[in-house]
Design a protein around this ligand. Structure first.
Ligand SMILES: Nc1nc2c(c(=O)[nH]1)N[C@H]1C(S)=C(S)[C@@H](COP(=O)(O)OP(=O)(O)OC[C@H]3O[C@@H](n4cnc5c(N)ncnc54)[C@H](O)[C@@H]3O)O[C@H]1N2
Ligand code: MOO
Ligand SMILES: [Mg+2]
Length: 421
């Protein structure tokens, strides 16, 4: 039996997946476990930062009013009545022409409102009593780090769905978030299908190849923020594959298979979906590579039948699986970020379908440029290592020439976009 499939536009394929209400789940982790996770609640300032006025320099805290007359020709003297470092609080009442020797980070003593840096003061002693003098005036607030200048209590500082980076780690600690509310990592099941597949430690024999897709997709799942449940590789045998897929579905949120999804005699995934009674969203997309990508749902679980061809498999994951995983990570922009770049080289190959060319996108003299990262065929593996982007070349009868504007989807970017195409 040969089945002719009807390709649907890429945007429509993505829409059918995203309409499916697979939502994220929240969990709490300690701050030490939170780096690299996704916030599932907005990060809110629990206090002002700093929460007291403090000195940003080592020097002397003074009352600015006492410095008014100071000038190059008029030295003004202060008695130094206390000495504090960060973490210490002065209990002295500061009177006229008195100062406190203060270190960076220490709380401003009551009544003082400016800091004189050591560099512009002269410190000395008279009869064992410390003094300092200045030759310039200071205004109220000069060299003071004010309460709330960094953040105000109640402010939303980071939106939910954001990847926790080192800066967010600093914020979490600053606001006392010992436990952090993050998105539970979506559990993504993975099978590689193909009788030709060898394990990574097996020697090559005629007709067989090492399974690279599962290692590649596992890394893509992790890059996206999911957790990989690798169930192993399967031979192209209907019953074995059917049973394995059926059982695996109970253990994961999403199930990805690679291979066996086209129209070949040993491509069993379409028949497996049929026997499961799964609802097929699409089984052919107007794109290259990855045109045979098939997505279905069964009992609330999404099934991604990615192509066996490595480049097609890679692209299929990024366009179709990534956004739904990112949405389960509470992202408001779950799709790959799209930017304009200049094509570096000619791309003469015309194609009726939109092409996603594995590319290296880079900044050259302030302009974003893109060049294919290797051979552009769906069975190619080597172009993937240098690919930090997918160049979108809309289908048509002509190729593309160097210097023209193209759109690129950035694979390593964490900002994303709301809707890609
Ligand atoms: N008559 C037609 N033939 C094909 C069509 C078509 O429309 N009509 N589409 C072609 C396109 S396009 C693609 S892409 C492939 C998709 O094939 P499958 O998704 O069914 O994948 P397989 O047949 O299982 O394998 C294809 C290719 O990839 C290699 N492979 C598979 N798994 C792995 C793995 N884990 N690691 C590395 N390489 C893997 C496999 O050995 C095959 O060479 O179908 C075309 N045919
Ligand atoms: O589906 Mo194939 O990946 O178009 O090359
Ligand atoms: Mg096949």
């Amino acid at each position: 039996m040969f089945e002719r499939r009807k390709p649907i536009p890429i945007g429509e394929a993505v829409k059918r997946i995203m309409e499916y209400q697979l939502l994220g789940v929240t969990e709490q982790v300690t701050i030490n476990e939170s780096y690299g996770r996704f916030l599932s609640e907005d990060l809110i300032a629990t206090s002002d930062v700093p929460h007291f006025d403090r000195a940003p320099y080592d020097g002397f805290a003074v009352r600015s009013i006492d410095t008014r007359e100071a000038a190059l020709t008029n030295v003004v003297e202060f008695e130094v009545v206390d000495h504090i470092g960060a973490g210490m609080v002065s209990t002295k009442l500061i009177g006229e022409h008195q100062a406190v020797r203060i270190m960076t980070g220490a709380m401003m003593p009551e009544g003082t409102d400016a800091v004189v840096m050591f560099e512009v003061a002269k410190a000395y002693e008279k009869n064992g009593i410390p003094y300092m003098s200045i030759k310039r005036s200071f205004k109220k607030g000069d060299n003071v780090s004010y309460s709330g200048e960094d953040a105000k209590q109640g402010e939303i500082l980071v939106k939910k769905g954001t990847l926790i980076n080192p800066g967010i780690q600093a914020m979490l600690a600053t606001f006392g978030y010992e436990r952090v509310t993050v998105a539970k990592k979506p559990r993504v099941g993975l099978f590689a299908t193909g009788t030709e597949l060898l394990e990574v430690n097996e020697a090559l024999v005629p007709g067989k190849i090492r399974n690279s897709n599962s290692h590649m997709i596992a890394a893509q799942i992790e890059r996206t923020g999911g957790i990989v449940h690798y169930f192993g590789k399967l031979p192209d045998e209907f019953d074995t594959c059917f049973e394995a897929v059926q059982n695996a579905l109970n253990e994961v949120d999403l199930l990805i298979t690679t291979g066996g999804v086209s129209v070949g005699d040993f491509d069993y995934l379409p028949a497996i979906y049929e026997k499961l009674g799964a609802e097929i969203f699409f089984n052919k997309v107007a794109m290259r590579p990855g045109s045979v990508t098939t997505v279905a749902q069964h009992n609330g679980k999404l099934l991604f039948g990615l192509s066996g061809n490595p480049s097609a498999c890679y692209v299929g994951f990024e366009l179709f699986a990534r956004p739904i995983i990112r949405r389960m990570l509470f992202s408001e922009k779950p799709h790959l970020r799209k930017e304009q770049a200049l094509l570096e080289v000619d791309f003469p190959k015309a194609n009726p379908f939109t092409r996603f060319v594995r590319s290296s996108t880079f900044i050259d003299s302030g302009r974003l440029k893109a060049t294919p990262s290797g051979l552009d065929k769906s069975n190619i593996i080597m172009s993937l290592s240098g690919a930090n982007s997918l160049m979108i070349l809309p289908g048509g009868t002509r190729g593309y020439t160097a210097g023209c504007e193209v759109e690129v989807l950035l694979l390593e970017d964490q900002v994303g976009s709301e809707w890609p195409w």
